[in-house]
Design a protein around this ligand. Sequence first.
Ligand code: FES
Length: 122
Amino acid sequence: MAWKRVCSTSEVARGRLAPFVVDGITVIVANFDDDGFSVFPPACPHMEEPLDQSGMCAGTVLTCSKHLYQWDMRTGEAAGPAENDRVLLRYESKVEGGEVLAHIESELVYEYEDDEDDDFEW
Ligand code: FES
């Protein structure tokens, strides 16, 4: 097992998210509820938008402000009314002794389609 310390729980306020670098891998930590933390890659699953700038937490739902796609941070599944079949990749995480730990063996990355920008329409 490769459990790594990501940050202290006090470093991410409730309802906020923040980027951290763990062994050269950038991750986002979201604090979505009391003792509820999620750790996931820094790019939006839709179009690689940096979630430390576009991501918003509301309860357990992550919203990317670029196109308003949403995900349930507890499961990674799409949520909300926007059409979205992408899954939010997540690192297994836990809280121990006031620290957020994540199981990071390798970097989680999305595969984006090259022509996706051309196909997206409101
Ligand atoms: S880039 Fe995030 S929802 Fe489109």
